[in-house]
Ligand binder design. Sequence first.
Ligand code: SAM
Ligand code: SF4
Length: 353
Amino acid sequence: MINEVRLFQNQHGAVTSAPLPAEMPIEPTLDSYGRRINYLRISLTDACNLRCVYCMPEEMHFRPRHELMTDEELLYLVQVAASLGVNKIRLTGGEPTIRPNIVELVRGIAQTPGIKDLAMTTNALLLAKLAKPLAAAGLKRVNISIDTLDSDKFHRITRWGHIDDVWRGIEAAEAAGLRPIKLNSVVVRHFNDDQDMVELARLTLDHEWEVRFIEMMPFGEISDFQQTNVVSYAEMRSRIEAHFGPLEEVGYDYVDPSRPFRIPGARGTLGFISSVTEPFCQGCGRVRLTADGKLRLCLLRDDEVDLLTPLRNGATFNEVRALMRDGAYHKPWGHGLAQGVFAHNRAMNQIGG
Ligand code: SAM
Ligand code: SF4
């Protein structure tokens, strides 16, 4: 039995929660298809210091701060999730590192009983400064987005980014022990579907990194661009094999969205995330928490459960927990891209990849 825990407002208006019982029982949560829900991806902010063409329009309006979860509300929802068997958390966005107080927030999440694995997906621009304090606060690993090694193309894809900042971030992450390092590349026709994949794959020859190639997914108002310019897993793989020869299979666990391969003799691995052409929904134990406090049940569907409004209206711990558990139970089996169904209500930066 879990004790009731309420939120309190202090004299500055900040919301804080009473501490949870030390011996809080953890109840594993299954969805209606029997998949165990143990992985929560949290979007810390919808804002970003880049504007990648595959993620958001250039003129992007971000949500006002009061609509986003405060640190206290976010930590509270992490406690609720942990009580339902979530043991793995990934922080994403928008760009998670631009969230004020990020180091303390990471510390709070890492110290939540039940949370065993805490990772972050980031564009790495601020990692030169933040990698060390984040690692000290309890962050374990990072996935870093880098879509090409060509500085002009990088600038074009991100609309204004400098690739040297990403390299400094990767070096800082390695130095801070944030391992294994995974590099994410969304492959976009006419932007980075050429030699870029080969050069990124080549990095694995000398580095123990996993370079992952991601099929571009359609969302919100830029879905036409995304659908027209998607490059399939089959095409990516054949482009890389044409250069390096047949890839070796490394063993697919059907849980990680990335199928791992190795260039023979390489130190690192390659991965392909084929969400569009070969979905991997059968092993999906992920749910997402948007920066404005909605539990999103599938990346590519609009189904969401509002947790923040009930929390702000005084719902008890057990009431919020019931909302989260019922939402997770009703997680859809898979996305509907093949049937032409995709998410309209948010862009990728508002969901968290
Ligand atoms: N700003 C951070 C970053 O770029 O790593 C975290 C947020 S970003 C939305 C998370 C991941 O989603 C990144 O790896 C990014 O490349 C990927 N992504 C963004 N838009 C995408 C799309 N339309 N299809 C597939 N992946 C996408
Ligand atoms: Fe920002 Fe990441 Fe989206 Fe690029 S992919 S615009 S870095 S949130």
